[in-house]
Structure formats: structure tokens, C-alpha cells
Design a protein around this ligand. Structure first.
Ligand code: FE
Length: 340
């Protein structure tokens, strides 16, 4: 029989244990390859809504993946956010992620924008399309990625280097659709049409088109969106070019995602799952797409005027996991084509 004193102590201890879950689900640690300004406001909103602390670490995706490897089981990270499926695939094959099992969450993401086993999910869609000079090119002259190998485009195209994951994923998508041999021929001919040695990022390619150094660039469209809302100089360059959606007559434009995965050693799986749920709500999708000039996962969600102006497009339905699987082959192929 317990003495009353011990009884009340036990009661206090028990009730403390119930009301304060010893820091179990009251914080969430996010490793993100997304620029802070493009994700933090949403994380803050989630933190407030859930009354939890969200700690954000921002770095390059490869550095974060390396960090997850070296931290192993001791990692504080609960989720990994990247701006392409290729890096999430890398994290998955390195056993750094665990699958999301919630059926409702999985079903709310279109199939091509998530890992087949649920190891990662898309949060927004980014399209790699053509940007052409308004005076030097007519939209009627454009059709597909395949057509950019035509001799008619000799020394007229700007694109960044082959070490960029966006180009690696684009080439991986061509391998998926045409096989290695045909894609090799494509790359060999495509490189001949470069106006200059690949240099700079996607914005630099758009600026080069505006400056007359090339007539067409292959870029992620959100960069043009950012320029249209950027400095006066960027706005004036952006006003000289237009967007063209390639391959609308067949498989659709090559797309990628920004996405998220729960780390293999996450300590706050429940909260991580809630964050994913939150990022997939219509309101978060709209904000996230708009501020980044990307597209929400579903067409029925309203976007901003710039995206509306570019019109709707058909996206390649290839499962983005394939891009990760074919990444090494794509890199080798671009190398053989001397795509610098
Ligand atoms: Fe980017």
C-alpha cells in the first residue's frame, strides 16, 4: 500500500509524463536545398499552426545528402527538401529516406510526381521549356526537343553545362523515351547547335537570348518568371523573349519537381507526415507555386498572371523516379557528346 505522499508524487510524475511528451513531437528539423525565402514562410505558418518549433538548415542538396550519410542514425533531420527528383532518388538509393505510408497523402500526389514506393513526393512542378527571342524566332518554327538538332539551328542555341542536374534529367527523359543510341545521336547533333560553350545558370541563358548571343535557350520557366518580377534590367531582358512549350503534339514538355522525403532516421515521423500533408493543401500549393513561379501539382489550382500568360501545357507523364535511375547513363552520354 502506497503512502499518500508517494501516491500524490506518483500522480504528479504521471501527469507530467502525459502533458509533456519529453520533446517527442514538439520540434521538426528540416534539411532543405531550397532558398530560405522560398520555403521558410510556409514552415513558419506550419510551426504556428501546430504550435511546434521548425528548425531549418539550408544548403546545396549534395551537401545535405553527404551530411545525412555522415550523421547516420544521429541525424537531427526529419525531412529532406530538394528542388529535383534526381537528388531525392539519390537519397533514396543511399538508404537515407523512409517511405510515406499514408494512403491519403500518396493519393493526393499524381503518380508521376512521386516515388513508386512513396520514398519521396513532389511539392511543385517545374517545366524545362524553350525561351526564344521575339524578333528572331517565330513560335511556328518550334516543335520539340528532338527538332533542336536540325541544322537550321546551327550555333543558335544556349543551354547551361551538362553537370547541371536539370539537363541530366532532360537527357534521362530522352533516354527513357528513345533509348541510349537514339539519344546519343540527338546529343551529338544538339551540341553542334550550341551558340557558345555552356556557361552560367538558366537566367544567363535567357539574358544571352535577349542580348542576341543566341536565338533560343532551354531553361526552367520559373527563372523567366523571376526575371519578369526582378530588377529593371532583368525585366527588360525578359520582355524580349517568349516561352514555348515543346512536344505538345506528343508526350509533353519535360518536367521535374521540387519535393520532400522523410529521413530514414527521423525522430519526428508523425510531425514530418503532418508537414507533408500541410504542404499539399490547396492554400500551401498555391503559395508555394506562386512565390517560386512554379506550378502546383494539380491544374485546378489557381496560379499567378505570369504563369497564366504562358498558357497551359501538357507535361510528360514519365515517372520521375526514372530520371534518377537513368542519371548515370545520361551523364556518360552527354560526356561522349562533348557537352561541357
Ligand atoms: Fe533552379
Amino acid at each position: 500500500m502506497l503512502k499518500p505522499y508517494f501516491k500524490s508524487m506518483l500522480y504528479i510524475i504521471l501527469s507530467l509524463a502525459l502533458t509533456a511528451p519529453a520533446g517527442a513531437q514538439d520540434e521538426l528539423n528540416v534539411y532543405s536545398a531550397r532558398k530560405e525565402a522560398l520555403i521558410k514562410p510556409l514552415l513558419d505558418q506550419f510551426a504556428e499552426q501546430q504550435n511546434v518549433t521548425v528548425n531549418l538548415v539550408t544548403s546545396k542538396a549534395d551537401a545535405l545528402i553527404q551530411r545525412l550519410v555522415s550523421e547516420g542514425e544521429n541525424t537531427p533531420a526529419d525531412v529532406l527538401i530538394t528542388v529535383d527528383a534526381g537528388r531525392l532518388h539519390r537519397a533514396k538509393v543511399a538508404d537515407l529516406l523512409q517511405p510515406v505510408t499514408d494512403a491519403a497523402i500518396l493519393e493526393s500526389v499524381p503518380q508521376q510526381y512521386r516515388d513508386p514506393q512513396g520514398y519521396w513526393l513532389g511539392l511543385s512542378v517545374r517545366a524545362r521549356a524553350f525561351v526564344f527571342h521575339n524578333e528572331k524566332v517565330k513560335a511556328e518554327q518550334l516543335s520539340s526537343y528532338e527538332d533542336l538538332t536540325d541544322a537550321n539551328w546551327r550555333e543558335r542555341i544556349c543551354i547551361r553545362s551538362s553537370n547541371n542536374i536539370y539537363n541530366q534529367s532532360l537527357v534521362a527523359s530522352l533516354i527513357a523515351h528513345h533509348g541510349v543510341e537514339t539519344t546519343q545521336q540527338w546529343a551529338d547533333a544538339f551540341v553542334k547547335n550550341f551558340a557558345r560553350k555552356p556557361q552560367g545558370g538558366d537566367r544567363d541563358q535567357i539574358k544571352a537570348v535577349a542580348a542576341g548571343q543566341c536565338d533560343l535557350a532551354v531553361v526552367n520557366t520559373y527563372y523567366l518568371g523571376k526575371m519578369l518580377t526582378g530588377s529593371e534590367e532583368e525585366q527588360s531582358a525578359a520582355s524580349m523573349v517568349s516561352v514555348f512549350w515543346p512536344n505538345q503534339g506528343d508526350r509533353g514538355v519535360h518536367v521535374n519537381i521540387s519535393g520532400i522525403g522523410i529521413t530514414a532516421h527521423a525522430k519526428h515521423v508523425e510531425l514530418a507526415t503532418k508537414l507533408i500533408e500541410f504542404l499539399l493543401t490547396e492554400q500551401a500549393q498555391q503559395w508555394y507555386g506562386n512565390v517560386n513561379m512554379e506550378y502546383p501539382l494539380h491544374d485546378n489550382i489557381d496560379t499567378n498572371d505570369i504563369l497564366k500568360q504562358w498558357g497551359p501545357f501538357k507535361a510528360d507523364a514519365l515517372n520521375l523516379d526514372t530520371l534518377g535511375e537513368l542519371n548515370a547513363q545520361a551523364v556518360q552520354l552527354m560526356d561522349r557528346a562533348h557537352w561541357r
